[in-house]
Design a protein around this ligand. Structure first.
Ligand SMILES: [Zn+2]
Length: 462
């Protein structure tokens, strides 16, 4: 069965045909100057679902995600300060330390959200040589020019400029005059920026000391690891008009080949009124902040699965509560299911086919969840077969079905001993002393509940 994917390039769903059996996929990654919030994390869960669906269909996937640790300026128009240098100043740590710290925090969230690690995390500062080589190639072909500020890409020389975003270039360039500095055209962009003053992160280049422009790293690293033409490139929809447009311009100008066959983009997180949830307005939590409020990362993943990846996702704690309830219900039902022994019919094939149809229809995870629930609630479906199928579905969904098991609590010896002593005291009618031991046990994290025949130990949640 074909996988149908919506390609931003053609604005259509297309049958996915990889170049080779091993699918080559690139995703724009984090700029590691701060915590990643749940809006950022949506992009990685989306790429993860995509990768899992392709793998579910029997392909291997070579997946690269970049880590931006230099060159991302506060304005996408090649102006403003470098986000890394700014964070370094603010926190009083070196840019390298900042990058390491926030990357580790990000990677923890990646694991918590059951996102499969990519084949490679590609760091921008570890690929300066490749980026300089790419500029040289573009320079040799006549696509660049120099200003006081750096080396720029001449977007007029690339005739397909703006094809991904369907930009009306004439209008854009003829529109109200904007200050383009020394740039020739508004759509030109920096490949290399000269250091105006001493920076922590700067390198020698044939044009002068400086650092690469932000768009450059993705082209250089994607082509280094995945070849001149990739199967799939993903990112947030905010990347379409500038970042990905520029990636295409510089890559295709350098190689003369199509850079990416399938461009795929995810939507934003929006609030109840449909406005983009942003950091500056508050309301963009980190995964840790959600955990502090009593949510599991899986609850957020479940919420993401409920919405088509291209649509805006309405985020509110009420919606997250609903997702939590659904996930917890699955958890309880799966634990029960593992104990069920009754006979039934095997419906692996029919549910399996429905599920595959759903996920292959441009990752329709909401529909896939419906089918998951239908199978889960189907009492006539042989329990043993059912659990195997649900675990298979989870290879796409990533809800941690395998981990849904009755947890055996290991009671520490000290608590056991206190419990026995307390039983003795109760038998002897020494209730006041028994109560002191109950208190001791409570301090060790366990609650004693007295039942008619014996007492039960309950582990308190920490
Ligand atoms: Zn990128």
């Amino acid at each position: 069965m074909a996988i149908e994917l919506y390609n931003t390039l053609s604005r259509k769903k297309e049958a996915f045909k990889p170049i080779k059996k091993e699918v080559r996929m690139y995703s724009c990654g984090p700029t590691v100057y701060s915590w990643q919030h749940i809006g950022n994390m949506r992009a990685y869960v989306f790429a993860d679902i995509l990768r899992r669906v392709i793998e579910y269909n029997g392909y291997k996937v070579k997946h690269v995600i970049n880590v931006t640790d230099v060159g991302h300026l506060t304005s996408d128009a090649d102006e403003g300060e470098d986000k890394m240098e700014l964070a370094s100043e603010k926190e009083g740590k070196t840019a390298g330390k900042i990058a390491q710290f926030y990357f580790q925090e990000f990677e923890k969230d990646v694991r918590k959200l059951n996102i499969e690690a990519p084949w490679k995390w590609a760091w921008a500062t570890k690929h300066i040589k490749e980026q300089i080589e790419l500029i040289k190639k573009l320079e040799n072909k006549g696509y660049t020019y120099k200003t006081k500020d750096g080396i720029y890409f001449d977007s007029r020389k690339f005739k397909d400029y703006g094809k991904l975003a369907r930009l009306n270039i004439k209008e854009l360039r003829a529109g109200k005059r904007v200050d383009v500095g020394e740039k020739k055209h508004k759509t030109d962009f920096a490949l290399w920026k000269f250091s105006q003053e001493k920076r922590q992160q700067e390198w020698k280049s044939p044009w002068g000391v400086g650092f690469p422009g932000w768009h450059l790293e993705c082209s250089a690293m994607a082509m280094k690891y995945l070849g001149n033409t990739l199967d799939i490139h993903t990112g947030g929809e905010d990347h379409i008009s500038v970042h990905h447009t520029n990636e295409i311009a510089q890559s295709e100008s350098a190689t003369g080949k199509k850079f990416v066959n399938y461009w795929m983009h995810n939507g934003f997180l929006v609030d109840e009124e449909g406005r983009k949830v942003s950091k500056s307005k508050g309301g963009l939590y980190t995964i840790t902040e959600l955990e502090e409020r009593g949510y599991k990362p899986e609850h957020f993943r479940y919420l993401l699965l409920l919405t088509y990846y291209r649509k805006p996702l309405h985020f509110s704690l009420e919606n997250l509560d609903a997702a939590r309830n659904a996930w917890e219900r699955i958890n309880r039902k799966v634990i029960e299911l593992r104990k069920e022994k009754h006979k039934g019919v095997d419906r692996t094939k029919e549910y399996g086919l429905e599920f595959l149809k759903a996920v292959n229809d441009d990752l329709n995870t909401a529909k896939a969840l419906d089918i998951f629930w239908k199978a889960l609630n189907d009492f006539d479906f042989t329990p043993g077969r059912k659990i195997v199928l649900l675990e298979k579905f989870d290879r796409v969904l990533g809800l941690n079905i395998k981990g849904m098991k009755e947890k055996k609590v290991v009671v520490p010896a000290e608590v056991k001993k206190l419990l026995e002593q307390r039983e003795q005291l109760r038998k002897q009618g020494k209730f006041a002393q028994a109560d002191i031991l109950r208190q001791r046990i409570l301090e060790l994290g366990y609650t004693v509940e007295d039942k008619p025949k014996s007492s039960v130990l309950i582990k308190n949640s920490s």
